[in-house]
Design a protein around this ligand. Structure first.
Ligand code: PLP
Length: 399
């Protein structure tokens, strides 16, 4: 394994401080490294592999699409894309879909759609977008421009212009930044990378009302918290507050790189037109065959019910752990199967210790352990995870 790791560090650009493991294959909610060691996976490729590894129906659907055609072009229609778009409309209640290759690309599209919408209204090009501190929207220049972490942005300035940052869940802070040039307000319904901060109901409702009053577009980034992770297909559905534009990715293709931005008919009719936006791969038959099968399996396997049930169990198990180890752990935050344990100290050593014991976890910021398991986990998997984590915490206390 060490040899591969050395080779990787010779060949790959070092943009990640990777964990010292070379993963080989997956089975259900477990991963195996190339030496055959088994790991319980509570990351699922960062909220991607919702169905678990080696779902036979999913794999078969991809294989059969590969044997038909993998890619054509967006200049032609293809049935998987039509079916995927129809299903996405159904689960989201949005009206228009544009498929992308990634989350960041979906955010780019959302920004372009919002700017074009405002441009068509008044013909000016100095519109502003309000984003949130501690947000994360991706690594491309547009997505980075609305990412509320100056550490990620600084070396790459100048960003796209006219972005203002408000404090998440602080409506006064949004009001202080809004003006006649504001064309959109963007936030994650639950901030992921920023530390698992769920939106507060009054905040999302107040922002929505403000947006309606001033014809500002509400853009919700559901790339991490969407696709069933909170027990709702999209986390905003819990509040009955519908965005004008939303983004989705990560679990959308369950491992096939694909995302989408979607909008209401009103925005669709008054923003991006033929020639305004495009992508070579986005929504190709392979990616869309994946989406179709994923959404079919979500229904067939009652994923949302499972998330609600196991999510509640995960929540109470983590709460118990937090009170048991209150000298290490400050609190738990999250919803459903998107949870964070907030520690009073950096969590890197604990995550490494867990990996030694066969449990894959990930951080969100330096002090938070994030839990993003496959959405098919059961309560025994939660128990297994808690047992390993408890061992790590006990050892940490003894140090
Ligand atoms: C992961 C993520 C992105 C970026 O998605 P990529 O596919 O990595 O480009 C954007 N927004 C949120 C909320 C994310 O969690």
């Amino acid at each position: 394994m060490q040899e591969y790791i050395n080779e990787a560090e010779e060949a790959l650009l070092h943009t990640y401080n990777r964990y010292q493991v070379v993963l080989d294959k997956g089975e259900g909610v477990y991963l195996y490294d190339i030496e055959g060691k088994k790991y319980l996976d509570f990351v699922s490729g960062i909220a991607v592999f919702a169905l678990g590894y080696q779902n036979k129906e999913y794999n078969d659907a991809l294989k059969s699409q590969i044997d038909k055609v993998i890619h054509t072009s967006n200049y032609y229609y293809n049935v998987p894309a039509i079916e995927a778009a129809k299903k996405l409309k159904q689960i989201s209640g949005m009206d228009r879909v544009f498929f992308t290759n990634s989350g960041a690309e979906a955010v780019e599209g959302a920004i372009k759609a919002a700017r074009k919408y405002a441009y068509l209204k008044d013909g000016t090009t100095d519109h502003e977008i309000i984003a949130m501190n501690h947000s994360f929207h991706g690594r491309t220049m547009g997505a980075l421009s609305v990412t509320g972490n100056s550490h990620y942005r600084e070396a790459f300035e100048p960003m796209i212009g006219n972005i203002r940052f408000a404090d998440f869940n602080d409506f006064d802070s949004v009001l202080a930044n809004v003006n006649e040039k504001t064309c959109a307000i963007i936030f994650e319904t639950i901030q992921g990378e920023g530390g698992i901060h769920p939106v507060q109901e009054d905040f999302i409702k107040n922002v929505k009302a403000l947006c309606e009053e001033r014809d500002i577009l509400l853009i919700l980034d559901e790339i991490q918290c969407g696709m069933g992770r909170t027990g709702f297909m999209y986390a905003w559905q819990k509040f009955g507050v519908k965005p004008d534009i939303m983004t989705t990715a990560k679990a959308l293709g369950c491992g096939v790189p694909v995302g989408a931005f979607m909008m209401t008919e009103r925005v669709g009719q008054n923003s991006l037109k033929a020639g305004d936006h495009g992508t070579t791969y986005g929504g190709n038959p392979l990616a869309c065959a994946a989406i179709c099968k994923v959404l079919e399996l979500f229904e067939k396997e009652n994923i949302l019910d499972n998330v609600r049930e196991v999510g509640t169990y995960l929540e109470s198990s983590l709460d118990e752990l937090a009170s048991e180890y209150s000298s290490l752990i400050e609190t738990r935050r999250g919803a459903g199967l998107m949870q964070g344990l907030v520690f009073k100290e950096p969590v890197g050593d604990i995550i490494n210790a867990a990996m030694d014991k066969g449990l894959i976890l990930i951080n969100a910021g330096s002090n938070i352990i994030r839990f993003l398991p496959a959405l098919v986990i059961n309560t025994q998997h939660v128990d297994e995870m808690i047992d390993i984590l408890r061992e790590c915490l006990t050892e940490r206390m003894e140090k």
